[in-house]
Design a protein around this ligand. Sequence first.
Ligand code: ADP
Ligand code: MG
Length: 218
Amino acid sequence: MIDAIGVSKEYRRGPSAVGALLDVSFSAHAGEYVVVNGASGCGKSTLLMALGGMLRPTRGAVTVNGTDVYAATTSERAAFRAGNIGFVFQMFHLVPYLSVLDNVLLASRGAHRERAAALVDSVGLTDRQTHRPAELSAGERQRAAIARALVNEPPVILADEPTGSLDPENETAVLDILASYHSAGGTLVLVTHGSAALTYCDRHVRMASGRIESEETP
Ligand code: ADP
Ligand code: MG
């Protein structure tokens, strides 16, 4: 359902350029959980942002259900992202001066307070609803960020090192929440330099130096 076809990305910095992705083709099927891992700097975040309609490739195409994401106008692409994709980041990117509940509601397209509160419950933050991000542990912040990513019931979640700032216990908690999204039919692409997520996924893609090196089904 989400495909990168011959995607290359060069970051230009004055006279020089960094080839972050070199002719990468990648697919995630509906309902699939794919982990992409590889060393820091190999292009994982670049691939994820390109898949999510946030970073236009230098060459190649990204399609979702056959529709070319970067052929759309900027506002069509924004609408596509809002309706189809939930993002989870290593550093959470919560709004610091809003409560957990209001962070979830801010991202929502029409969800009511009850639905947002139910989501906050589902990630185990029932008694942290009114806390601001600074009043939460890192694991709680990431669970709040996942509740926010889920609020519009996106068919796809893209997660960039979602457990990169967490201790092992919280890492497991976050991976379990993402696994239950996948069990309920969600499509999940998780990129990481680590290996904890590998035991959960349907397919494991390994990247090195801007290329896909190998793929395996655990
Ligand atoms: P990863 O997520 O696997 O650590 P990234 O996709 O962030 O890797 O980066 C891939 C390569 O592109 C790295 O060498 C990085 O330094 C470079 N890079 C990333 N973003 C930029 C940018 N905005 N400008 C120039 N180079 C960048
Ligand atoms: Mg990265």
